[in-house]
Design a protein around this ligand. Structure first.
Ligand code: DC
Length: 216
């Protein structure tokens, strides 16, 4: 393997990208960058600062003064760990909307390219293989049925003490799928040269082992 390489993992919400990417990063001893967490962090900051989506100038100023990083598996916004605060259904919805804004994408994509150009990384998101690192050495597109993705998210929320109706989780996932794939700027799309993996009915261990075998 060459010294610096990127592994891109794209796909819709709940396809298992982050869980599998974390496992792969551990096995390969490289950094994991959760780009969805970066869009969530921006959404969280806008909510905290009560900045509306239409306030373009305020958004630009805010972005100039925003630092998003990862440390020991935690998402750090302006020096504060916000990993738990950004995993709520409200932030999920807002992140999907905020991620369609040109200013936000420009800033975060530049930062993601920076993070992955000097060291090997595994990065998951929606546009990694198509836009952030179109020349990534390995590209995977993970998907699963809407029902399975909603069930996984429902289980996750229940375990965190944030129970929700399964039908509401299905509706949320369908709406985010629509938003993420219909937006004009870098929508959720499979790169032509990405390997598609439908994870419906497969365990995390099975998918991780399959990807590792393809990489090695
Ligand atoms: O992966 P996630 O659910 O944490 O992502 C939150 C939102 O961020 C998602 O609805 C779409 C957006 N996103 C994006 O537009 N591009 C990425 N590379 C990653 C996430």
């Amino acid at each position: 393997m060459e010294k610096v390489f990127q592994i891109a993992i794209d796909g819709p919400s709940g396809a298992g990208k982050s869980t599998i990417a974390k496992e792969l990063a551990k096995a390969l001893c490289i950094d994991y960058i959760d780009t969805g967490a970066m869009y969530r962090a921006v959404a969280y900051k806008m909510l905290q600062k009560r900045i509306d989506l239409s306030e373009k100038d305020a958004i630009k100023v805010m972005l100039k003064n925003t630092d998003i990083n990862f440390s020991k598996g935690e998402t750090v916004l302006d020096g504060k760990v916000i990993s738990d605060q950004i995993r709520t259904p409200e932030i999920s919805r807002l992140a999907s909307t905020v991620s369609a804004l040109t200013e936000v994408r420009e800033k975060l994509v530049a930062s993601q390219r920076d993070m992955g150009s000097t060291k090997s990384v595994i990065m998951d998101g929606r546009d990694i293989g198509t836009n952030v690192f179109p020349k990534a050495k390995y590209k995977f597109f993970l998907t699963a049925s809407v029902e399975e993705r909603a069930r996984r998210r429902w289980q996750e929320l229940k375990e965190k003490g944030q129970p929700m109706d399964l039908s509401q989780v299905v509706a949320d996932i369908e709406e985010r799928d629509r938003n993420d794939s219909m937006r004009v700027l870098n929508p959720l799309r499979k790169a032509e040269d990405a390997v598609v993996l439908d994870t419906t009915g497969f365990s995390i261990e099975e998918v991780t082992a399959f990807i590792l075998k393809m990489i090695n």
